[in-house]
Write a protein that binds this ligand. Structure first.
Ligand code: G4P
Length: 528
């Protein structure tokens, strides 16, 4: 015990992606129930009133809206493994935060509503998984309710995401008349039993095919015919293709009643890769047994009003992390004492003493640490930067009460650092009226809320007409400043950004001025 590579082999670090309402919160709770991380009442994390107070919610704004804006980490044991479940925000809108969380995951579980298939948010998140070549498991949820025909649904999924779907379990009974699932690996039938809101683990009655045929009649026969079709087209789980993000093993179930949750969690243990040697910025791998290293994928201030502090979430990549050790902060080269290292579980936190590759450590009050930074012990390493995404929404922020300008400035700088929004400044106007840029408009709501409630600086946001951003250089910036329908602004790190009123206008200016340097930002179009 305690050897990093051995400990890493027991880790499974993954995220759940889904469209709102597909059942991510419910499934997360059920995972915790099966992992023994919740008391017997899974329902207790989800308020009876119908409003989720899930473990991972933290801010009043989230509660008002009933969404989970920030992502946190849930760690629990399952079988002989340690599962790290990274919670991605589940709101209708999306933000860079989600993408960063996926940078710290080794796989993702895609949750689909059986009646809806792949919805827009899922598709966007899926595109990020594809870019990162993250292996993907698919959970087709809510089979207890009417929905698509199973084969038709597979077809739809394959068409939309261009990935081979390889069902591990197959439903007996159409959506809404759920009898259970056949496990294609051994042909055995697991009967579906309703449990009241799934407060306890679902009873699993395993039935052999002969008896299942006698009990379920036509539904069994239909399922067998469909399975035969799947066998014929070779839709079998292939671990290599799964690891190469070319196929996705699929499971049918009903998170609300816990049905199918165990098989899915078993698949997380059996199929999701354990953390491996991570490539650094120059393509070399940092071996698991090398001295400690990690990278920060998320920074968040004031997670809990009673703490009022700032946490940098770091994924351990190699070695053993021990609280108290002094590591080096790659960007500044300064020593960093890890006296205040925590494990963050929802809004709770406890001191963590050691962590291994795949684990997430919350570093408290790590003021100089930014998203994307690497921290290491003994031998230096630099992990690749986490891409920042092309903003598509731009609004001007002004403080309502000029007497609060100092607070406004501090708040804006903090939100910029955390990546809540990107802050773009006009060289002439400085901090008076910065432009806030976001990937999704919800980021603005969070920024406005936090400026007012945390920093005491109520602001007014006015939307602008800009729709597209490009990175540019100084000579091009000088040329662009004289053109109509363009604005050139600067990020805190000095990057010059040109904003255009439309894609059309951008292309026209580019066509007329082929010498202009106008670089695309990461992932534009595909997930914007
Ligand atoms: P999300 O985090 O992806 O947004 O979804 P969430 O788990 O909150 O689930 C959305 C709704 O779907 C909830 O109902 C939840 O109970 C329901 N649900 C989740 N899984 C299943 C399932 O397997 N079968 C059925 N029939 N329903 C499911 P709600 O009415 O919005 O909330 P609540 O009153 O039940 O708390």
């Amino acid at each position: 015990m305690g050897i990093p590579a051995d400990e890493a082999s027991r880790r499974r670090t993954f995220a759940i992606i889904s469209h709102p309402d597909a059942g991510k919160t419910t499934l997360t709770e059920k995972f915790l129930l099966y992992g023994g991380a919740l008391s017997s009442e899974a329902g207790s994390v989800k308020a009876r009133s119908g409003r989720r107070s899930a473990t991972s919610d933290w801010m009043a704004l989230e509660q008002q809206r009933g969404i989970s804006i920030t992502s946190t980490v849930l760690q629990f044991p399952y079988r002989d493994c340690v599962i790290n479940l990274l919670d991605t925000p589940g709101h209708r809108d999306f933000s860079e935060d989600t993408y960063r969380v996926l940078a710290a995951a080794d796989a993702a579980v895609m949750v689909l509503d059986a009646a809806k298939g792949i919805e827009p948010q899922t598709l966007k998140l899926f595109e990020v998984c594809r870019q990162r070549e993250l292996p993907l498991l698919t959970f087709i949820n809510k089979w207890d309710r009417p929905g698509y025909d199973a084969l038709e649904l597979l077809d739809l999924i394959e068409k939309q995401i261009d990935l081979v779907v390889t069902p591990v379990t197959w439903p007996v009974g159409i959506a809404g008349d759920f009898r259970g699932v056949v496990d294609r690996r051994d042909g055995l039938f697991t009967r579906f039993t309703r449990v009241a809101r799934g407060a306890t683990e679902a009873p699993e009655e395993i039935v052999d095919p002969e008896r299942a045929a006698a009990d379920e009649g036509a539904a069994w026969e239909a399922a067998q015919n469909e399975i035969q079709l799947l066998d014929e087209v070779g839709a079998d789980v292939d671990r290599e293709l799964f690891l190469g993000a070319q196929s996705t093993p699929a499971f049918f179930g009903s998170a609300l009643t816990n049905f199918g949750v165990r098989k899915l969690l078993d698949a997380v243990v059996d199929l999701v890769p354990s953390p491996g040697a991570r490539p650094d910025a120059s393509g070399n791998h940092r071996e698991l047994d090398a001295p400690f290293s990690g990278f920060v994928f998320k920074v968040q201030a004031n997670m809990d009003p009673s703490h009022r502090d700032r946490i940098a979430f770091m994924r351990v990549c190699s070695g053993k992390f021990e609280r108290g050790m002094v590591i080096t902060h790659g960007t500044t080269g300064k020593p960093f004492a890890t006296k205040y290292a925590h494990q963050v579980f929802g809004s709770e936190r406890e001191t963590i003493d050691e962590a291994f590759p795949g684990d997430i450590v919350g570093l408290v009050n790590a003021t100089e640490v930014r998203v994307g930074d690497t921290l290491w012990l003994d031998t230096p390493v630099q992990f690749p930067a986490i891409p920042s995404f092309a903003p598509e929404y731009f609004s001007v922020a002004r403080v309502r009460d000029t007497g609060r300008f100092k607070q406004f400035r501090r708040g804006i700088a903090q939100l910029d650092e955390e990546g809540v929004v990107q802050v773009l400044r006009d060289a002439d106007q400085g901090d008076q009226a910065p432009v806030l840029a976001a990937v999704g408009p919800m980021q603005f709501d969070v920024a406005v809320y936090r400026l007012e409630n945390e920093f005491g600086a109520p602001v007014e946001l006015s939307p602008t007409n800009y729709k597209v951003a490009r990175r540019t250089d100084q000579p091009s910036a000088d040329a662009l400043r004289g053109m109509r329908g363009v604005r050139v602004l600067q990020r805190a790190d000095g990057t010059l950004m040109a904003l255009f009123e439309s894609q059309y206008w951008l292309e026209r200016l580019e066509g007329d001025n082929p010498d202009l340097v106008l670089e695309r930002l990461v992932a534009e179009g595909s997930i914007g």
